[in-house]
Design a protein around this ligand. Sequence first.
Ligand code: HEM
Length: 284
Amino acid sequence: MERGRGRCGSCRLLAVAAAAVTVAAAMAAAGVEARLSPDHYRTTCPGVESIVRSVVARKVRETFVTVPATLRLFFHDCFVEVSDIDLLFRLDALDSSSGPHWTVELGRLDGLVSKAGSVAGRLPGPDMQVKELVAMFGKNDLTLLDMVALSGAHTVGFAHCTRFTGRLYRRGGVDPSYNPAYAQQLMAACPRDVGPTIAVDMDPTTPSSFDNTYYANLAGGLGLFTSDQALYADGASRPAVAGFAKNQTRFFEAFMDAMVKLGRVGVKAGRHGEIRRDCTAFNT
Ligand code: HEM
């Protein structure tokens, strides 16, 4: 269960996305329309999806962590900024896993602002309760149901011990909402003096499968973060958790709907964006 991981796995992934930068350049001819549509590049760059798909498929074959890492980046970028090349890359990663599949809407521009400061207060934290999560997702036009469905992304991937050890080593003892055996397992993987690079699976039962086990886990006290377990503890979100635990198809449908909505968050158009020639820098 315990794994050592560099803090910056996502950055390496972005380097791969940058390899697809020629695609972004081809997209430049597409102009600056505000409307999103699945066939946005039909005439300007007809091969874009297959180009991105082959890069991503190769990356996923090399390492499964491509799937969770890109999913998480997609979420963060939508709450902060996202462009088409990132979006295609990221959603193809999920497509290459056993998870749900859907049509991606295209037509986004890259942002003209990129500041660490713009992230502060815009992303949810692992210690948040449902009320705070609902408020944060609500600011991005996402409902409580969307939030519960999207949290199901925690069915894959890893979390660094430092993000949840506060629940294990509290003054009054282990957080009682943890299943005691799970808490023991986590304490063995993440001792008090654990280093910052040690990480554990977020879904302790089926870590490499994109499925609805995450929700059944919550009912058994296997939610890794306070923000996960709170979805079960809070009466407002519990019915959605129970529904998704019972019916994977319902989870996949709600997840796809919410991902499409997430992809519409903060879409840039006209003078508010550009299509970067180099993904890592503004054009001017
Ligand atoms: C509901 C509020 C959320 C909170 C508080 C939250 C928090 C976190 C935290 C703290 C981590 C561990 C990061 C680390 O230690 O490196 C994580 C990982 C992850 N999150 Fe979330 N997250 C939330 C929602 C989402 C959403 C909406 C998605 C995607 C749709 C998502 C996808 C992921 C994935 C896939 C990982 C694993 C990343 C990896 O293995 O590289 N999360 N999340």
